[in-house]
Ligand binder design. Sequence first.
Ligand code: ADE
Ligand code: ZN
Length: 358
Amino acid sequence: MRSQGPAPKHLGTISMDRTADLLATSPKAELHVHVEGTLEPELSFALARRNKMKLLYPDVEALRRAYAFTDLQSFLDLYYAGAGVLRTEEDFFDLAWAYFQRAARDQVVHAELFFDPQTHTDRGIGFEVFMPAFASAARRAREEFGLTSEWILCFLRDRSEDEALATLEEALAYREHFCGVGLDSAERGNPPAKFSRAFARAADLGLRRVAHAGEEGPAAYVREALDVLGAERIDHGVRAVEDAALVERLVREQVPLTVCPLSNVRLCVFDDLAQHNLPRLLRAGLKVTVNSDDPAYFGGYVSDNLVQLFAVHPELGAADAYALLRNSLEASFAPEDTKSAWIAQLDQLWQPADTLAL
Ligand code: ADE
Ligand code: ZN
């Protein structure tokens, strides 16, 4: 869905405090969050206790202190090990339900969550354990909060394509519980083209396609994700700016980028939030959205990402805030009429009457 028009002119008059308030309280979609990355240390310890497992860290604080990453791989090592406490259907339900509860507090009206089957099937935990759990947490979120969701099955790109293809075939017994496929894990040295057959198979099955690209990897991987995998959204994509022709194309085609500012800082893609290139991406005319990636590890959920970003980027104004929120809704895989209803809700909140006096 292309933008339905420019942000209203009056938005430039909103104060910073009011913008932060509106960012936190506006309806929004989250399009880039890994369910395994929402595992808070408190829940890790609770699950370890329940499953009679011993963690490598003595307490929650010690575990949090270990979240000092130097790059993507240093995070992935801890993240995959951390998922070891997820063993039963109840564990996976508790994980997803905790995320939905937290997201509802951020006024997330729609979430599209990644899950990494290979992380679990490798440990002998099959789709029959986690898939029903994700589906029932999603059902409860819809019933209790009106929060809708979709699930996106990610292939681990540091594994073989044959393994990805086998994972996809295995997942088909649960086809109604996920809407698409994605590509995550260690990006460097694992180009999108490695998964051309797996994504072609996904396309044949009528699945949506997204891919992590241009997080640590080069702009060429973003191009490859579009051309070879048929990706409809690019997860991260911040390194696309290194290729002017690619940026032009992303703008022309309005390909959504699911950018994760706090993640990029924690994984040392940028030195700090003030150095993040999101304002530049927006100014270039890219369809940028803000997301949390792995909020339990990176120090913030989606509203934290938005509010903290605006706090350190004075060049971002109310019209940018509105655009980011609206982009998140437009770039989702929800039905068009549902998106229009959310946007009407968003516009209601951002009316001049509500904002001009501030
Ligand atoms: N898996 C979980 N978080 C990820 C990230 N930021 N990049 C790639 N794979 C991931
Ligand atoms: Zn991610």
